[in-house]
Design a protein around this ligand. Structure first.
Ligand code: 5GP
Ligand code: MN
Ligand code: MN
Length: 323
């Protein structure tokens, strides 16, 4: 399936003279790195290219040094008459937000992803569930295509690889070989990693103090194992970037008493909660998230919940106890 999917994908990409590349909502460095890398290659080949994501309106600040940003088009300016729509790092249509309807306007659609829960919503689907990042899938595609990975492409591919491997903690054989190839182009890996993952304003610290200080540990909530969760209310995150909000789960999930960690992020002082889930080994949080309307990977998943906080927590506990 792997090789065949790639061959078909390359054929589609070579044929298209106008392409829209869609990244997922609340974009991370994997979806943007993949989108801009593929977009840059297509642009060099002479295609008309637009790269877009639905929300929020602007690119996270931590990504403002990524090459190829000139390809980004505001969501409401995406033209809908193109030969091909490609989605990168999106496990389902829903992850494209308001841009999901662009899939219906193109004559062909190509899905490139690494989520186990991918619903294969494209005409052709290149889904490598064992890949560390979608940028690792793109690297494989470029190799098979015969496209040389120069420093700009390497910067983009490294951005997704370093982010989705948790700075090379969740790795498998081959991860470091890909990193080595990318670094050998001369990119500054330490700078790229610090900019994307290790840079926060001072106000991050009091937010962490408040949010982590009221975290909750429930010893048997996750099918007999521990659940730890923290809540980020809109007043906690006021004035902070998505980078600060998204960093919290990486601290909460280190709790040794808990197999599963959750961070519930309130949207706009309202009753919509974006929930991040992580597990260590046993629990498949992708299945839990799917049951609650989301998706993801076995050990990292997410979903969006609607309602009052106690009800949202009850629903999460219900899904976990049955997991
Ligand atoms: P995060 O907690 O970092 O936002 O997301 C963890 C993983 O779960 C990511 O791979 C992300 O793509 C996936 N994920 C997060 N939220 C959703 C969602 O609402 N729907 C789906 N299908 N996947 C999600
Ligand atoms: Mn992603
Ligand atoms: Mn990814």
């Amino acid at each position: 399936e792997t090789v065949q999917g790639l061959a078909q994908a390359i054929e589609m990409l070579e044929r298209a003279s106008s392409v829209t590349v869609l990244c997922h909502v609340q974009p991370d460095a994997d979806t943007i790195g993949s989108g801009l890398a593929l977009g840059s290659v297509l642009e060099r080949r002479g295609a008309t290219v637009q790269v877009a994501f639905a929300a929020p309106a602007s690119l996270p600040e931590s990504m403002d040094e990524l090459p190829g940003r000139h390809l980004l088009v505001d969501a409401d300016k995406v033209t809908d008459t193109v030969d091909l729509v490609v989605t990168v790092d999106a496990g389902s249509r829903g992850r494209l937000g308001s841009l999901g309807d662009r899939l219906d306007t193109a004559s062909a659609t190509l899905v490139i992803d690494h989520h186990r829960s991918n619903t294969r919503f494209g005409t052709v689907n290149v889904v490598h569930a064992s890949a560390e990042s979608t940028t690792a899938v793109i690297a494989r595609l470029l190799d098979q295509w015969g496209v040389e990975i120069d420093a700009d492409l390497a910067h983009l591919l490294f951005a997704g690889l370093v982010t989705d491997t948790g700075s090379f903690r969740w790795v498998r054989p081959g991860s470091h070989l890909l990193a080595e190839r990318l670094l050998a182009t001369g990119i500054d890996g330490a700078h790229i990693a610090r900019k994307l993952l290790d840079t926060h304003p001072f106000d991050w610290l009091p937010m962490l103090g408040s949010v982590l200080g009221s975290a909750t540990l429930i010893p048997d909530a996750a099918d007999g194992r521990g659940l730890v969760y923290a809540v980020i209310r809109s007043e906690d995150s006021a004035g902070l970037r998505s980078e600060e909000v998204e960093s919290v789960i990486d601290i909460v999930r280190t709790t040794s008493e808990a197999e599963v960690a959750a961070v519930l992020k309130q949207q706009d002082f309202g009753s919509v909660w974006v929930v991040s889930l992580r597990s260590k080994t046993e629990v498949d949080v992708s299945a839990v998230a799917c049951e609650l309307g989301g998706g993801g990977h076995r050990n990292a998943a997410g979903y969006t919940a609607h309602g009052d906080l106690p009800d949202v927590i009850d629903a999460l506990r219900g899904a976990l106890s049955a997991s």
